[in-house]
Design a protein around this ligand. Structure first.
Ligand SMILES: [Zn+2]
Ligand SMILES: [Zn+2]
Length: 316
């Protein structure tokens, strides 16, 4: 990248497409790399490491990334879920590779007795500690944190003593020729091979190197994305349920109306039954004689007349 390109990328990153007028694809386009938008495309993170996997097939565009960040701050776009699936596929691939390498080592390396295996692992473990602390001490030193860096170097010196003892133990339990053989171990983070005879410098270069740190970043990012994706999935589930229940509520009202109608209907039916039983007419007069009741179905005007007559009679 030329200095001018770098400047443009920086500006674009800061300002979005407002400043960068080169033709761009919109960040929502599916051709734009979502892991890149979230800062975790393995192609970018592992660029120029031993495990460089070449250029990403999806579009990486800093202006689009800035636009995405702005839009996402206003409204949660949930690109995390897509990015999570892509990153997870990549990490699973690496984990498979780590498993295969481990199996391979079991098959190709001379098998050690349990006792010797424990001693070898001790050397490996202390070496790993030294590598990590040394790399951290160098990083702190480079950042100007001298005190922190010196403190870590002291710890490294102590660990070196421990390692010397562990190496001695390991060497004393086998013939010199066997001891000379490199005993390898697979790094559980980045799948690189680590040797039992690797010196501290080499170990520090590994644990402080771009490849190993890149994998730490990708793995941490995956864990974070998985959490966000889970929360977002739960939100979607709740939204769906709310939508469903609000869709159903008119039905529920209708159901209530139906039930009310049903109640009214059954009330009128029972009223009718009652009328049949009591011989009551629409006027609801219950003080009619039983002789009249028996012929109440006849609603002829005459009947009404006679009815009102009878009512009058009974009222008197
Ligand atoms: Zn990408
Ligand atoms: Zn590693």
């Amino acid at each position: 990248m030329s200095a001018k390109d770098e400047m443009r990328a920086m500006l674009a990153q800061l300002m979005g497409t407002e400043v960068d007028n080169t033709p761009k694809v919109k960040f929502t386009d599916r051709s734009v790399c979502r892991p890149f938008l979230l800062g975790c495309c393995p192609h970018e993170v592992l660029d120029s490491t031993r495990m460089d996997i070449g250029k990403c097939r999806q579009i990486h565009d800093y202006a689009a990334k800035a636009d995405y960040e702005k839009a996402n701050a206003e409204k949660d776009l949930d690109f995390e879920t897509d990015a999570m699936y892509e990153l997870r596929a990549f990490i699973r691939d690496i984990d498979r590779r780590i498993d295969l390498s481990k199996k391979d080592l079991i098959e190709t390396q001379e098998e050690l007795s349990t006792d010797v295996e424990i001693k070898a692992n001790m050397v490996h473990d202390i070496g790993e500690h030294i590598g990590k602390k040394l790399a951290e001490a160098e990083r702190q030193g480079a950042d100007g944190n001298v005190e922190e860096s010196l403190k870590l170097m002291e710890e490294v010196e102590k660990l070196k003593e421990e390692k010397k003892k562990a190496e001695m133990d390991y060497r004393n339990c086998m013939p010199a020729s066997t001891y000379q053989q490199q005993k390898l171990r697979v790094c559980e983070i980045c799948s690189a091979y680590l040797g039992i005879h690797d010196n501290d410098r080499r170990l520090a270069d590994h644990f402080g190197g771009k490849l190993h740190l890149g994998f730490i970043k990708l793995r941490e990012k995956l864990t974070a994305l998985e959490k966000i994706a889970e929360v977002n999935a739960e939100k979607r589930r709740v939204d769906r349920e709310e939508r469903r229940s609000s869709r159903n509520s008119p039905d529920r009202d209708r159901g209530r109306r139906d039930r009310n109608r049903e109640r009214r209907r059954s009330r009128s039916r029972s009223r009718e039954k009652e009328r049949k039983r009591n011989g009551r007419d629409r006027d609801g007069d219950s003080r009619r004689s039983s002789s009249y009741r028996s012929s109440r179905r006849d609603d002829s005007p005459d009947r009404s007349r006679s009815k009102s007559k009878s009512t009058k009679v009974s009222d008197e």
